[in-house]
Design a protein around this ligand. Structure first.
Ligand SMILES: NC(=O)c1ccc[n+]([C@@H]2O[C@H](COP(=O)([O-])OP(=O)(O)OC[C@H]3O[C@@H](n4cnc5c(N)ncnc54)[C@H](O)[C@@H]3O)[C@@H](O)[C@H]2O)c1
Length: 134
């Protein structure tokens, strides 16, 4: 049996307290630029452990180095990940677990967008399988 844990709807009339991010481990795909970069900078500043997976290695590595220096947060990482390839995503999750100081992954932001219909994309099947399906 699969268990779905879902948070309550966000009440946007409540003030936002960025402190809840401290110590959380967050993966952002496509985090080397654009929206993903902005999330990365903000959450790194607020003490989260943030891991970027992107295809732009030069930019991703430089960004992590810059923000580590700027924030003093050592728990920022870059790994190559091409979201159109299943194994590349699996590798990103395994790499993220290895560097996660809390031993887990709290949030995943599936930000890398691929606008073309990609030949390697498949519709997920059998979501209750022991191993995550492609
Ligand atoms: N910018 C907008 O107005 C807008 C509007 C609606 C939705 N979106 C969505 O928001 C997301 C981010 O948009 P953005 O404007 O910041 O994009 P962007 O092009 O500025 O950044 C995208 C990032 O994803 C990376 N990337 C591209 N292909 C990848 C792949 N196969 N695997 C891993 N990383 C990959 C790029 O290297 C880049 O760092 C996308 O999913 C986009 O479709 C953007």
């Amino acid at each position: 049996m699969s268990i779905t844990r879902q948070s309550k709807p966000v009440d946007i009339t409540e003030p936002y307290d960025a402190e809840w991010l401290r110590g959380k481990t967050i993966i952002i795909t496509g985090g080397a630029s654009g929206f993903g970069e902005a999330f990365f900078r903000k959450w790194a500043e607020n003490g989260a452990n943030v891991i970027i997976g992107d295809i732009n290695d030069t930019r991703g590595k430089a960004l992590v180095e810059e923000v580590r220096k700027q924030t003093g947060n050592p728990h920022l990482h870059y790994f190559h990940c091409d979201v159109t390839m299943w194994q590349s995503q699996v590798d990103l999750f395994h790499s993220a677990l290895k560097v996660s100081p809390n031993g887990g992954i709290d949030h995943v932001v599936a930000n890398a967008g691929v606008t073309d219909l990609h030949p390697t994309f498949e519709t997920p099947q059998n979501l209750d399988a022991e191993e995550p399906p492609k």
